[in-house]
Design a protein around this ligand. Structure first.
Ligand SMILES: [Zn+2]
Length: 293
């Protein structure tokens, strides 16, 4: 379709990868995984920068996040804190102290650990339920879009983190520009998202775990580098996100697959040996960039 324009490089040199299979009424915005979790909107690949995106975009998607109540997420908060304890020393190597903004901070686990590491912390979160939990930890939360933060002229941050957030962005260029404006020169941005050009994505095709109805942007390292570069964010390094996997988290993540019970049979004994494994899955990009001074 000639009207598909890449939201990263603006090219219209695109091909359709998948037609829409999603039922908007069944679209999940929580951690609860079902066989419907893998259904997606119509997805298009940009042949110029390798970015994959949903087109047309569903309307008013952000509105859904405001009402999200995700009690399932609370089962996994210790895993998220464990990942944070691995990621924060990596951040410390670049920015040893200062002020962190976590965009899409959910119930504030990362920020809580970041505070223990000596940082001043703030979050941005649309869900009232999640932001109330974060506030109960005495953490400042902005319940607004990034552009409102820029408009309010919030002071500059030393580090901005986005974990499992950028794949939900409706206008990634506008949103990355806001992030750049909120970051001080020399500041660090850290993004965790899937790499649609990774080996895991290529092998699993539409069964790759990132294909979910709530995801509307599928970055490659190339398209993420390009997006950052447009707004003065220079790529520094890409690591693999450290998943602190418990049996419950892994079992839930596999719920979308028909062969779940078969996989669980093999994995369960591993969790009898150790309750939590740090899992490094190919394609789980942990992307670091700094703002030009
Ligand atoms: Zn493109």
């Amino acid at each position: 379709m000639k009207f598909d324009i890449c939201p990263i490089c603006k090219s219209n040199d695109t091909i359709e990868l998948y037609s829409s299979t999603v039922d908007v009424k069944k679209l999940s915005f929580t951690y609860v995984k079902t066989s419907d979790s893998g259904k997606t909107f119509r997805s298009v690949k940009c042949l110029n920068c390798s970015h994959v995106f949903c087109s047309p975009l569903p309307k008013n998607l952000y509105k859904n996040y405001e009402d999200v109540v995700d009690k399932k997420y609370l089962h996994y908060v210790e895993s998220i804190s464990e990942s944070a304890r691995i990621i924060l020393p990596m951040i410390k190597r670049y920015i040893p102290k200062g002020k962190i903004l976590d965009v899409g901070c959910a119930t504030g686990e990362f920020l809580s650990v970041a505070r223990d590491f000596g940082y001043t912390v703030e979050g941005l979160e649309l869900s009232k339920w999640s932001s109330d939990i974060t506030k109960s930890k005495k953490i400042k939360v902005h319940r607004c879009l990034l552009r409102s933060m820029v408009y309010k002229n919030e002071e500059k941050y030393d580090v901005i983190t986005l974990f499992g957030v950028i794949e939900h962005f409706e206008k990634p260029r506008e949103e990355m520009e806001c992030i750049s404006k909120l970051l001080r020169p020399g500041g660090l941005v850290v993004v965790w998202t899937g790499d649609v050009s990774s080996i895991s994505s290529k092998i699993l095709k539409h069964n790759w775990w990132y294909w979910q109805g709530q995801h509307i942007q599928y970055f490659s390292s190339r398209s993420l580098n390009l997006l950052g570069k447009n707004y003065g964010l220079k790529h520094v390094t890409t690591k693999i996100f450290p998943f602190a996997g418990t049996y419950g988290l892994v079992e839930n993540s596999l719920s979308r697959y028909r062969i779940k019970s078969f996989l669980v049979m093999f994995l369960k004994p591993l969790f009898l040996l150790k309750a939590k494994w740090i899992i490094y899955l190919p394609g789980e990009m942990l992307w670091f960039a700094t703002k030009s001074t």
